[in-house]
Ligand binder design. Structure first.
Ligand code: CS2
Ligand code: MN
Length: 387
């Protein structure tokens, strides 16, 4: 029986978790990106080879790129979009020429993943990333000051947000703003002004416009991907529903089917993130996996625990709302059809044990992910033994 490729996200030489740590965790593949290259610029062969050499010198291989960011001008199909498409194609060609073929990306307007708290304390003292609707509404209505924002939330949430706004200190509000606007470590956070400016642009584009921009982007890169063996993996929206009035197009099964059938070629695939998808109350993660598994080029295994309103925290990998053993079973079976094993990584982990006393990248401390990876590989081996 074939096994998955065990991978681990590494933010590059500045990541407090070292390549040696990754080896000790038992991963063999590294998931990384050239975060220092500004969004939209070409990744040169020299830069790619340099990163590849560093990874390989430590006995690992660079398995997956996460991410080659899609510039906002492409997502909004702005006037310079063609130039950015050409750059994107060149980057893909350069990666393939260095033997790197799996490329993750997302198509979320402006923001990457969104949380309202990075250190929600669990009963056992570990800390998790957390999303709370009241805090999001507070930010939306009182800090971002989006027109008509209050109409998007229930009365109960609007009232609680108002109370929260009145009670919280300036520092508290600044901290909340920072958390919501935070993106990828070692990349620039977006500013409140950028976000405000984007709101109008995206409200004109709307849901259908954003989907058609994505399909246009995929159509434009199709030839380069097919000619070079590049596999594109679209990460789901996180969280998987509209927030701050921004459209979302990769949040559920229907969305994914529209995307993979819209440009129906094997290069056009998915990064299956069970945590992001699992945060949607209406999402049946196992059902989505069965529907799209043939196009999954990369997997993020992560769990979430939601409450009745839809607030959620990131749970331990085998805990929470996603039935992880059943999900892994679907992919263990799918993996048997593959020539190249499906790479997966433990996507996020709790900040725990020694890491509680260290500066870590939110969600990307060593020990929580080590626990996640160990549990996931254990389940995989158990499933294989029983098959
Ligand atoms: C990641 C995303 O940390 C995470 O949640 O899964 O940041 C992911 O890298 C991007 O959305 C993919 O482009
Ligand atoms: Mn993910």
């Amino acid at each position: 029986m074939k096994k998955f490729e065990q991978t681990w996200r590494w933010y590059g030489p500045d990541d407090p978790v070292s390549l040696q740590d990754i080896r000790q965790a038992g991963a063999t593949g590294v998931v990384t990106a050239l975060h220092h290259v500004p969004h939209g610029e070409v990744w040169t062969v020299a830069d790619i080879l340099d990163r590849k050499r560093i990874v390989e010198e430590s006995g690992l291989s660079w398995s997956v790129v996460e991410s080659v960011p899609v510039h906002e001008v492409i997502k909004t199909r702005g006037s310079e979009a063609k130039r950015y498409i050409e750059n994107y194609k060149q980057t893909l060609e350069n990666l393939a020429s260095c033997g790197i073929y799996i490329v993750t990306y997302n198509f979320m307007p402006v923001l990457d993943w969104t949380r309202t708290m990075l250190d929600k304390e669990m009963e056992n003292g570990a800390k998790a990333l957390y999303f709370d609707w009241v805090d999001l509404a507070l930010f939306d209505i009182y800090i971002l000051k989006r027109k008509g924002a209050d109409k998007d939330y229930s009365e109960e949430i609007v009232t609680a947000a108002k109370k929260g706004f009145e009670q919280r200190s300036e520092e508290d509000l600044a901290a909340l703003t920072h958390v919501i606007l935070m993106g990828i470590p070692s990349e620039k956070d977006i500013s409140l002004a950028d976000l405000q400016n984007s709101l109008d642009v995206y409200s004109n584009i709307g849901l259908d416009g954003l989907l058609s921009n994505l399909l246009w982007f995929l159509g434009e890169i199709q030839e380069v991907c097919e000619a070079n063996g590049v596999q594109m993996a679209l990460h789901p929206d996180d969280p998987p529903y509209p927030i701050l009035g921004l459209p979302r197009i990769a949040s559920n099964k229907e969305d994914y089917l529209k995307v993979i059938n819209g440009v129906d070629s094997p290069f056009n695939g998915i990064c299956f993130c069970s945590g992001s998808l699992g945060a949607g109350a209406a999402n049946d993660v196992l059902d989505i996996a069965r529907a799209v598994k043939h196009r999954v080029h990369f997997a993020h295994f992560r769990n979430v625990k939601k409450d009745h309103i839809g607030n959620f925290y990131e749970a331990d990998h085998l805990d929470g709302d996603v039935d992880m053993p059943s999900l892994l079973r679907i992919f263990v079976e799918e993996n048997q059809n593959r020539t190249r094993p499906i790479p997966f990584r433990p996507d996020h982990g709790h900040q725990m044990l020694d890491d509680l006393h260290k500066v870590t990248n939110p969600g990307y401390s060593a020990i929580g992910r080590l626990r996640g990876l160990a549990e996931l590989r254990g389940v995989e081996q158990g499933l294989i033994a029983l098959m």
